[in-house]
Design a protein around this ligand. Structure first.
Ligand SMILES: NC(=O)c1ccc[n+]([C@@H]2O[C@H](COP(=O)([O-])OP(=O)(O)OC[C@H]3O[C@@H](n4cnc5c(N)ncnc54)[C@H](OP(=O)(O)O)[C@@H]3O)[C@@H](O)[C@H]2O)c1
Length: 283
C-alpha cells in the first residue's frame, strides 16, 4: 500500500487533506524548523491559531519550502480576545498579515465563550461569513462548539460551519458532538488526537501496536482516520513527524477499531477545558 494522504470534501465544495500538522505549544523560535520538516516529509496541511503566537513562523516556513501556496492547506483561528465584530475584522486582517498570505484555507472561531460577550458567538460567526463571501477565507468553521452552540448557529446564521474542531482521542470519544456533525455535514477535526501522548502507554494500544507491527501513535492516528475524522498531530521531534505521517499504508481490523473505541471514559477522559465554561481571554 502506498502512503497517500486522502483529501476530504467539505460542505462548501473545498477539499482538505485528512492529515495535517498542528503547531499548538510550539515556541515561535522552533516553529519554522518544525513546519519545514513537516513540509519536507509531505504534510500539506498546517493547523495554527492566533493564540498560538506562531502564525508568522508558519507563513515563513511555507514560503521557505518553495512549495506553492496553493498546495498547502492553512488553518488559523480567531483569538478569544476578538469576538466583537470589529475586533474580529481587525484580528482576521492581522492573521493574514502575520501569515503573509492574501487568503486562508480555513478560519475558525477558536472557542464559543458562551459565558462572555453576552454569549453572542452568532454575531462573531456572521463576521466569518463575510470573510468567506469576500474570498479571503476559502472555508469557515468553528472549534470547541457543543451541540447547543451548533443548534443556535443553525437557527440564526446562514452558512453551516465546514468543520468543528473538538477534543477527540481514545479516552474521550466526544460522540454526541461527532454525531451532530455527521448528521449536519460538519466534519469533525479531532484535536489532541493522541491525548498529548497520554494514550500511548495504554495496554490495549500497545497490544494492537505489537500485533500490527506499528507504533502506538500510528495505531491511534490510524483509528481516527478510519473513523473519518481530520487530524493534525503536533511534534517537534523529526522522527515523530515522520512516524505520524506513515499511517495510510496499513489498516486496523474491526476488532482492533472496536477495542480502541471502547477505551472511551466519557467526560472523565476529557483532558482540555470544557467549552461551556472556558473563558480565557488573552490580555
Ligand atoms: N482548537 C483547539 O482548541 C485545540 C486545542 C488543542 C490542540 N489543537 C490542535 O490540535 C493539534 C494537536 O493536538 P496537541 O498538540 O494538543 O496534542 P497531540 O498532537 O495529541 O500530542 C502532541 C504531544 O505528543 C507528542 N508526540 C507526538 N507524536 C508522537 C509520537 N509519534 N510518539 C510519542 N509522542 C508523540 C509530542 O511530543 P514532541 O513534540 O516532544 O515530539 C507532544 O508532546 C495542536 O497542535 C493544535 O493544532 C486545537
Amino acid at each position: 500500500m502506498v502512503n497517500t494522504i486522502p483529501t476530504i470534501s467539505l460542505n462548501d465544495g473545498n477539499t482538505i487533506p485528512q492529515l495535517g500538522f498542528g503547531v499548538f505549544q510550539i515556541a515561535p523560535k522552533d516553529t519554522a524548523r518544525a513546519v519545514g520538516k513537516a513540509l519536507e516529509v509531505g504534510y500539506r496541511h498546517i493547523d495554527t491559531a492566533e493564540m498560538y503566537g506562531n502564525e508568522a513562523e508558519v507563513g515563513e516556513a511555507i514560503r521557505a519550502s518553495g512549495i506553492d501556496r496553493g498546495e498547502v492547506f492553512v488553518t488559523s483561528k480567531l483569538s478569544n480576545a476578538a469576538h466583537r465584530p470589529d475586533d474580529a475584522r481587525r484580528a482576521f486582517d492581522a492573521t493574514l498579515a502575520a501569515l503573509g498570505m492574501d487568503y486562508i484555507d480555513l478560519f475558525l472561531i477558536h472557542w464559543p465563550l458562551p459565558t462572555l460577550y453576552d454569549g453572542d458567538f452568532v454575531s462573531t460567526w456572521k463576521v466569518l461569513e463575510e470573510f468567506q463571501r469576500d474570498g479571503r477565507a476559502r472555508s469557515i468553521g468553528v472549534s470547541n462548539f457543543q451541540v447547543p452552540h451548533l443548534e443556535r448557529l443553525a437557527a440564526e446564521a446562514e452558512i453551516v460551519p465546514a468543520v468543528n474542531q473538538i477534543e477527540v482521542h481514545p479516552y474521550f470519544g466526544n460522540e454526541e458532538v461527532r454525531e451532530y456533525g455527521r448528521k449536519h455535514n460538519i466534519l469533525t477535526e479531532a484535536w489532541s488526537p493522541i491525548a498529548q501522548g497520554n494514550v500511548l502507554g495504554d495496554p490495549t494500544v500497545t497490544d494492537i501496536a505489537e500485533q500490527t507491527g506499528r507504533t502506538p501513535a500510528q495505531v491511534v492516528l490510524r483509528w481516527h482516520v478510519q473513523r473519518g475524522d481530520i487530524i493534525f498531530p503536533k511534534s517537534t521531534t523529526p522522527s515523530r513527524i515522520e512516524e505520524n505521517f506513515q499511517i495510510f499504508d496499513f489498516e486496523l481490523d474491526d476488532a482492533a477499531m472496536e477495542r480502541i473505541t471502547s477505551l472511551d471514559r466519557g467526560e472523565a477522559g476529557r483532558q482540555g477545558a470544557h467549552p461551556d465554561t472556558f473563558d480565557y481571554v488573552p490580555a
